[in-house]
Design a protein around this ligand. Structure first.
Ligand code: ZN
Ligand code: ZN
Length: 399
C-alpha cells in the first residue's frame, strides 16, 4: 500500500512539474500583446516620449526616426498609415507613408519605452512597452507588448480602480495573472492576444497603477489551478448577491466554478440598475410584433434564462444571454447590465430593473473589496469565490 501510494505521489509530482514547466515555457520571456484604445477607433494619434529618452520609430521599409522633444502624428489612410514628424511640419514633403511602424527604445536601453499617446480631442494616456501601429479595417490598430508582470500590475489597478487595500489588490493580481496565462486565444484572428476592454480585461495604461508595491510580494508567482491545470478565473463587477453558474449564462458548466452566495456586494447601491427601451426598437430587433414580454425561465440564483415575446403569430423564446447581447449591440452596452433583471411592460416602453453588473461568474469585485475591508486575506477571498481552486506557485524563467 505504502509503495503504491508513493508511486502515485511520485507520478503526481512529476505530472505537476511537467505542467508547471509547460506554463513556465509558455510565458518565459514572452511578452503579452494587447490591443489598446481600439474602442475609440482612432483615425489619428499623437505619440511622444514620456521621459527624457527619445523613442526609436522604425517604418516598414526600415527607415528610422527619433521622437524626443518632438511628437509624431500617425493617421489612418485606408491601406496605409501617414506619419508626420512635428519637427518637420513646416517642411513640405516630410510625410511618410508606411503599412506599419514599431516604437522601441534606442539600442542599449534595456527598459521598455515609456510614451504618451493622444487621440486629439478625446484623451491622452501614458503606456510602457513596445508599440506597433498597424492599419486595421477602419482605424489604426495599436498593439502594446509588455512583460507579464507589467500587464498584471496595469490590469489589476485598471480593474480595481481606487482601492488601496493590499489583500483586495493581491487577490485580483492573482486572478489577472491566471487569466492572462490561460486565455491567450481570445482574439484568434487578430495580431494580438487581448484587447483593453471588458471583453478581455481593462488596461488603462501607466496612470492606472497607483502603487505596485501594494501587491504582496509572496504572491508574485501564484496562479490558480484545478486538478493541477491552470484555470481561467472569470470575474465580474458585481454578482448581485449570488455568483452565477456558467451553465446558466453560457450553456455549459465549468467544473472549477460553482455558484456561491455573496452577501458582500449586497450592501452596495452600485449593484442596482434600471433601463428603459422603446417597444418599437425591440419589435424591430427581434422581428416580432409582440403584445407581451416576460421572463419565461430563470435559475435558482436569479439568472434570466429565457425571455418570451408573445405575439399575434405565436411566441418567440430568446435565451437570456442572447437577449442581453442583442440588446447591447442595438442599444449600447450600458443598458442591460447583467442577466438578473425583472421586466415591466409599460406600453410604448419596456422597463428593466436589474441587479449585478457583468456576467456574475467567479469573483465579484465589489464583494471581494468588501471582504478585504472586513479583514479577510487574499487567500480567504480567492477561496471564497473559487472554492475548488488552488493557488499554485508558477516557476518563472526570466531571460
Ligand atoms: Zn478582448
Ligand atoms: Zn457579489
Amino acid at each position: 500500500m505504502v509503495r503504491s501510494s508513493n508511486i502515485v505521489c511520485k507520478i503526481k509530482f512529476i505530472l505537476l512539474l511537467t505542467i508547471l514547466f509547460i506554463y513556465a515555457n509558455t510565458i518565459s520571456g514572452e511578452d503579452i500583446n494587447i490591443s489598446i484604445l481600439g474602442l475609440f477607433k482612432p483615425q489619428e494619434i499623437r505619440l511622444c516620449s514620456g521621459s527624457k529618452v527619445p523613442l526609436e520609430v522604425t517604418l516598414d521599409n526600415g527607415e528610422r526616426m527619433y521622437v524626443g522633444d518632438n511628437y509624431l502624428t500617425v493617421s489612418f489612410s485606408g491601406d496605409h498609415l501617414e506619419v508626420k514628424n512635428s519637427l518637420y511640419q513646416r517642411r513640405p514633403g516630410m510625410l511618410y507613408q508606411t503599412r506599419g511602424l514599431e516604437v522601441k527604445n534606442p539600442a542599449g536601453i534595456k527598459a521598455p519605452p515609456f510614451f504618451q499617446i493622444g487621440i486629439p480631442g478625446k484623451l491622452y494616456r501614458y503606456y510602457r512597452g513596445r508599440l506597433q501601429i498597424l492599419t486595421g479595417e477602419d482605424a489604426l490598430t495599436l498593439i502594446l507588448s509588455v512583460a507579464l508582470e507589467n500587464a498584471v500590475e496595469t490590469i489589476t489597478f485598471s480593474e480595481i480602480q481606487d482601492s488601496k487595500d493590499q489583500n483586495f489588490i493581491t487577490a485580483m493580481s492573482i486572478v489577472v495573472r491566471s487569466f492572462l496565462l490561460s486565455e491567450q486565444d481570445r482574439h484568434p484572428d487578430e495580431p494580438f492576444q487581448f484587447c483593453d476592454a471588458t471583453h478581455c480585461q481593462l488596461y488603462y495604461g501607466n496612470d492606472a497603477v497607483v502603487d505596485s508595491t501594494l501587491i504582496i510580494p509572496q504572491s508574485r508567482d501564484l496562479v490558480m489551478t484545478f486538478n493541477n491545470q491552470l484555470i481561467t478565473p472569470f470575474y465580474c463587477h458585481s454578482c448581485g448577491g449570488y455568483t452565477a453558474d456558467p451553465e446558466d449564462i453560457w450553456g455549459h458548466p465549468l467544473p472549477y466554478i460553482i455558484p456561491t452566495i455573496c452577501p458582500y456586494c449586497q450592501a452596495s447601491e452600485n449593484i442596482y440598475w434600471t433601463a428603459t427601451l422603446p417597444r418599437d426598437g425591440l419589435i424591430e430587433l427581434f422581428g416580432t410584433d409582440f403584445s407581451n414580454i416576460r421572463i419565461e425561465q430563470d435559475s435558482l440564483t436569479g439568472i434570466v434564462k429565457k425571455v418570451r415575446l408573445n405575439g399575434k403569430n405565436g411566441s418567440l423564446d430568446i435565451i437570456g444571454e442572447d437577449f442581453r447581447i442583442k440588446v447591447g449591440q442595438k442599444f449600447g452596452w450600458g443598458e442591460i447590465l447583467s442577466n438578473k433583471f425583472d421586466i415591466e411592460d409599460a406600453g410604448d416602453v419596456i422597463h428593466f430593473t436589474g441587479r449585478g453588473k457583468g456576467h456574475g461568474i467567479g469573483l465579484c469585485l465589489l464583494g471581494a473589496r468588501q471582504m478585504a475591508s472586513e479583514g479577510k486575506s487574499y487567500v480567504d477571498i480567492l477561496n471564497y469565490y473559487y472554492p475548488r481552486v488552488r493557488l499554485t506557485p508558477l516557476q518563472k524563467q526570466h531571460d
